[in-house]
Write a protein that binds this ligand. Structure first.
Ligand SMILES: [Fe+2]
Length: 421
């Protein structure tokens, strides 16, 4: 159950995580730069390569009657940009070898392609979504919007499901960074079995570079990758005025430099605009606190999960209301983000197929199908966004739109119908 994620603010570092079930060792990872003749693919490397060694921070935890294996997190630093690296774990006959490519140096016109999945779980549908994404050669890093294993849907939050999920997604997570967001299924609160520490399994298993963005918690943080500044928020941590998350977000939005990273993307779990009766209005209190900042900062896109279907909003805001003026209806706003709900990964709870009728004006496209999305950033002004349903081939997108950057090219976008790319 090997997974990697970005390890610093700018993409020159990677956190490699793995588990040794019985013994604490080996707690090291060997890594090296693939040389020129071996740049394309997951080959075997070469004899003359120089291997570096990184030591892990090792942790374990107990949850009710479950004891975890030794969970290792090794941060490797000072990598070259846009370079293929190999890494290997274990010794002798048990060596496992993987690879990853670092992102290009942060800059305004650097193309980069993200995958987006939410609420994945580990069912037959999850497998379809995951394999569908893996079969798409475009995705270079994953923006995961929360709800990973659904271990908590099983008796006593059966934590072996956390292990199983780690193995299930390894084929992608060992080779490209997944940017993690915590959802409600990461809370793992179960006072009836004396499990009162929120996010315990998740925080032991998934490390993120929150200190690099001066965050005090791994549940909210930011990274820059290629031409994107990505902000991750926690729907299930305090966000009211003067809370740590509130103070941090205010600071982080001031650090965003759109001439360096024109694309400003936010990941959170519980959507703010959702016209499904499932989890309706759950994101409302966070929207009230943060939406004015998102409009002022001209956030390009907000990705959320939680609702097990797909929906894309128009660029709308609802920030005029001041208690007495009655202006409480969302309006078109060219400075507002597009809100995408993509909680349709395929988890054990099934699809949310109960949209409110009629479709509200703020909702541009909605459908209860499992799938994933691809955000293909082309330059500082244009990105092509596509949603891929599991029932279609990868080349088909059921929803697609050319997104125009809010800082550099704030024109009105036109939604596309079903297209083949
Ligand atoms: Fe959720």
């Amino acid at each position: 159950m090997v997974h990697i994620t970005q390890g610093d603010y700018v993409g020159r570092s990677v956190i490699i995580s793995w588990v040794t079930p019985i013994k604490k060792y080996p707690n090291t990872v060997r890594y090296w730069e693939a040389d020129g003749s071996d740049k394309h693919g997951h080959g075997l490397g070469h004899k003359h390569e120089h291997k570096h060694v990184a030591h892990a921070i090792t942790t374990t935890y107990r949850y009710y009657n479950y004891t975890s294996g030794f969970i290792h997190h090794a941060t490797i630093n000072r990598l070259k940009y846009d370079t293929l690296y190999f890494y290997e774990l274990g010794h002798g006959n048990a060596i496992r070898r993987f690879s990853f490519r670092t992102p290009p140096e942060v800059g305004p016109d650097v193309p980069y392609t993200f995958g987006i999945i939410g609420d994945l779980g580990q069912t037959y549908d999850s497998k379809q979504t995951f394999e569908h994404y893996v079969s798409n050669p475009k995705g270079q890093a994953m923006l995961f919007v929360g709800d990973l294993s659904y271990a908590d849907s099983h008796p006593f939050h059966d934590n072996r499901k956390w292990d199983a999920w780690g193995r299930f997604v390894e084929k992608s997570t060992a080779y490209q960074p997944w940017i993690w967001t915590a959802g409600n299924h990461e809370l793992d609160l179960a006072p009836e079995i004396e499990e009162n520490e929120p996010f315990k399994p998740y925080l032991h298993r998934y490390h993120v570079p929150h200190k690099a963005s001066e965050s005090t918690s791994p549940l909210w943080y930011a990274i820059k990758r290629a031409s994107a500044h990505i902000i991750v928020l926690s729907s299930y941590s305090a966000y009211g005025k003067y809370t740590p998350q509130y103070n941090w977000l205010r600071q982080e939005l001031q650090r965003v430099n759109r001439s360096e990273t024109p694309w400003l993307i936010v990941l959170l779990h519980s959507p703010w605009y959702n016209s499904n009766s499932y989890h309706y209005m759950e994101g409302e209190s966070m929207r009230v606190v943060f939406e004015p900042w998102f409009v002022q900062s001209k956030v390009d896109i907000v990705f959320a999960g939680h609702v097990h279907s797909y929906e894309r909003s128009e660029r709308i805001s609802n920030v005029r209301y001041n208690i007495t003026n009655g202006l409480s209806i969302p309006v078109k706003d060219p400075s507002a983000p597009i809100y995408i709900t993509i909680g349709d990964g395929g988890n054990i709870e099934g699809l949310a197929n109960n949209f409110t009728e009629p479709q509200p004006l703020y909702s541009a496209y909605r459908e209860a199908s499992f799938g994933h999305a691809i955000l293909d950033i082309r330059n500082s002004t244009h990105a092509y966004y596509t949603w891929h349903r599991n029932q279609d081939r990868e080349s088909v997108s059921a929803d697609s739109i050319w997104l125009y950057n809010r800082h550099n090219f704030p024109h009105e976008e036109k939604s596309g119908a079903c297209t083949i790319v």
